[in-house]
Design a protein around this ligand. Structure first.
Ligand code: HEM
Length: 126
């Protein structure tokens, strides 16, 4: 397992200090983008999902980040691949075909970060 400090070297130290925890068996339930969009944190009690490279993570426990008014609400209910890879909240899209090698590496590091923290609840199918 890679050290998390490499993955999120641009973030404050407490982002990397959270221990890995027990996760459920990954699910491959299919979601269209429109279905995924329902889990965008708008509902204050509903689950919140973020996808990376088509894999959907349940980030509900970090409602402060991803819920309404949260710093990373822009990623909620979406495939956030491009935004994560290029460190922006302004260009959130699942199309990562234009990324360079270093951005793809950043994206893979984010994938590992999420994979170590959040349950996988499905896959984006379109
Ligand atoms: C001024 C710039 C920024 C500051 C001060 C900042 C600060 C933080 C802080 C404090 C955390 C939470 C650490 C924790 O308690 O776990 C965090 C996590 C995070 N940041 Fe940033 N950030 C900045 C910019 C960005 C940008 C541009 C992106 C876009 C990719 C980004 C993506 C994330 C993500 C995805 C997380 C992880 C949330 C999680 O654990 O699920 N940040 N950031």
């Amino acid at each position: 397992m890679k050290p998390i400090s490499i993955i999120i070297s641009s973030l404050p130290p407490n982002a990397s200090s959270e221990p890995a925890r027990n996760l459920a068996e990954p699910k491959d339930t299919p979601f269209t983008s429109a279905e995924l969009a329902k889990f965008d944190g708008t509902d204050p009690k509903g689950p919140i999902y973020v996808a990376i490279k088509g894999t959907i993570f349940d980030v509900t426990e970090k409602r402060d980040f991803y819920g309404l008014g949260g710093s990373y609400h822009a990623f909620a209910g979406k495939d956030a691949s491009k935004g994560l890879a290029t460190s922006t909240l302004e260009d959130v899209s699942g199309d990562y075909s234009s990324l360079n090698e270093s951005q793809l590496k950043t994206l893979d590091n984010w994938y590992s970060y999420f994979e170590q923290r959040y349950n996988i609840v499905g896959k984006v199918i379109s």
